[in-house]
Design a protein around this ligand. Structure first.
Ligand code: ADP
Ligand code: ADP
Ligand code: MG
Length: 489
């Protein structure tokens, strides 16, 4: 590497560990930060250097000034922000630059543009990308009547969204006028709580869409390629649960158009580093831009696996002035990859976060299995952060193979002591519509109720084992025996 010799990771959890792994392979020294609640985090131990940021456990990762101050003191050349936290904060990116530190990500102006979903839609529309019909100016929180007028103009159902939203929050579907005011108020409250801004917009609600996103990567010289698409239609409360690359059911022409549109738009804007252009594809194969994420995504591993390209390493190299070393034609896509987000959530209590101590941890292995996680035996998941603790990523040559392999790996995966959403994943991979690649964003809304009974049995069986304090070996024997018995009955 030319300039970057030491890189600070302004994040925590599995993505911090992921960035450490990239740094080790690039032979760059990596610096971790951690809060008082994260003393036992595995990334804290694996980094070359780790620094405690005391005080509030969430602010530790959000106080950009303090992080930059530390970075300067210890001679850091670059900062990687991961996802969440400061990753989409244009002021932070600018502050890094102003302090002579390389920000591993896009230009601040693009972070700012796409952080504002209304401005983003406007900019994309201007360069010829189809967007969903809706408000073109922000509606302030007390302008309920104006919002309602626009909604009836668009025609119900509509969706209310937070202009600065993310992570599925600040969003409400409104089926009819009678419930508009109430839902506008709850969405606005949520937006203010999570994003500190109550600006809202209203757009047409697309029925039964698929969420398809295109991964873009661009260097500073205007070379730009796509790394294929991801199908993130399996969602709960507008949040991704499973992500797949390529999409198992997308026509060749739609796929080609999506790539072309995404690439052209990013070229026109002079975008650099990585980004994800998110689209909804409707029942008639029309597609619409919904938003752009100006950072690495949680689900980047599925793209890494089907292309063989290390996205985190590429981000760092590009930030360092490196050119893309491959042309579009040189990127080969091979097979299918699926990611299962492993969340500390209780499926029996409406997926409420379930932090706590992991007492049993038995990870799957074998062909086509990748795990990016901070979970391990005797680790206590702190209660302050996102419930996603890791990801199981499965690869196989074809769709049928990947589903079978996922089923096998999920059956092998045992996390005890706390509830997780693994039982949900096990139910999904056994569902005939999932197996046939036949799903849209309403998949879980339709199916969850039907999965309850299987999930309950699954959970009760495993729980009985931990409560009896069995050894890991005994748990393995009992879990696999139990599954066999279930199939035979
Ligand atoms: P993806 O990378 O697929 O877009 P998410 O939308 O779930 O994944 O967001 C990734 C992470 O960032 C999650 O931990 C989520 O809680 C967090 N996050 C997303 N948007 C925001 C935001 N605006 N503010 C704070 N955290 C966010
Ligand atoms: P976030 O920033 O929270 O990721 P997005 O705008 O990307 O928000 O939307 C998240 C999800 O919400 C989409 O993947 C989709 O399932 C749903 N959604 C968003 N807008 C619409 C819409 N206009 N019609 C139908 N579903 C939508
Ligand atoms: Mg999104």
């Amino acid at each position: 590497m030319k300039n970057i010799k030491k890189l600070l990771i302004a994040n925590r959890g599995e993505i911090a560990l992921r960035i450490i792994r990239a740094c080790k392979e690039l032979e760059i020294a990596c610096v971790a930060i951690y809060s008082e609640a994260d003393v036992d985090g595995v990334w804290v131990k694996k980094a070359d250097e780790s620094h405690l940021l005391d005080g509030d456990p969430i602010q530790a990762y959000l106080n950009g000034d303090r992080i930059i101050e530390l970075a300067k003191k210890i001679g850091v050349d670059a900062i990687h922000p991961g996802y969440g936290f400061l990753s989409e904060n244009a002021d932070f990116a600018q502050a890094c630059i102003d302090n002579g530190i390389i920000f591993v990500g896009p230009k601040p102006e693009h972070i700012a543009l796409f952080g504002d979903k209304i401005a983003a839609k406007k900019a994309m529309k201007e360069i010829g990308v189809r967007v969903i019909e809706g408000t073109e100016e922000p509606i302030s929180e007390d302008d309920t009547q104006e919002a309602k007028r626009i909604a009836s103009e668009i025609g119900y159902p509509v969706i209310i969204k937070a202009a600065f939203g993310g992570g599925g929050r600040g969003m409400r579907i409104v089926e009819e006028e009678a419930t508009f005011e109430e839902l506008f108020e709850t969405a606005t409250k949520e937006a203010k709580k999570f994003f500190g801004n109550g600006d809202m917009f209203v757009e047409k609600y697309i029925k039964n869409p698929r969420h398809i996103e295109v991964q873009i990567i661009a260097d500073k010289e205007g070379n730009i390629v796509h790394l294929g698409e991801r199908d993130c239609s399996i969602q709960r409360k507008h949040q991704k649960v499973i992500e797949i690359s390529p999409s198992p059911r997308l026509s060749k022409t739609v796929r080609k158009d999506l790539y072309r549109v995404a690439k052209r738009a990013m070229f026109r804007l002079g975008y650099e580093n990585v980004g994800t252009v998110e689209f909804l594809v409707d029942e008639n194969d029309n597609f619409y831009f919904i938003e752009m994420n100006t950072r690495v995504q949680v689900e980047h591993p599925v793209t890494e696996i089907v292309t063989g390209i290390d996205i985190i390493q590429r981000m760092i190299r590009i930030a360092n002035g490196g050119k893309l070393i491959f042309l579009q034609e040189e990127i080969n896509f091979k097979g299918y990859a699926v990611e299962f987000r492993i969340n500390a959530e209780d499926p029996m209590h409406n997926f409420a976060p379930s932090p706590g101590k992991i007492t049993t941890y038995l990870a799957p292995g074998g062909p086509g299995v990748r795990i990016d996680t901070i979970a391990r035996k005797d680790y206590t998941i702190p209660p302050y952060y996102d419930s996603m603790t890791g990801k199981l990523i499965i690869w196989a040559l074809d769709w049928t193979g990947v589903v079978k392999r996922a089923k096998r790996a999920l059956d092998e995966y045992v996390i005890g002591g706390i509830p997780t959403n693994i039982p949900l994943h096990r139910a999904i991979v056994r569902d005939v519509d999932f197996i046939n690649g036949n799903f849209t964003t309403n998949f879980l809304d339709l199916k969850l109720e039907g999965f309850m009974e299987d999930m309950k049995l699954d959970i009760e069986k495993e729980k009985a084992l931990y409560e009896n304090n069995l050894s890991d070996d005994a748990v393995v024997a009992a879990v696999f025996g139990a599954i066999k018995h279930m199939k035979n009955s």
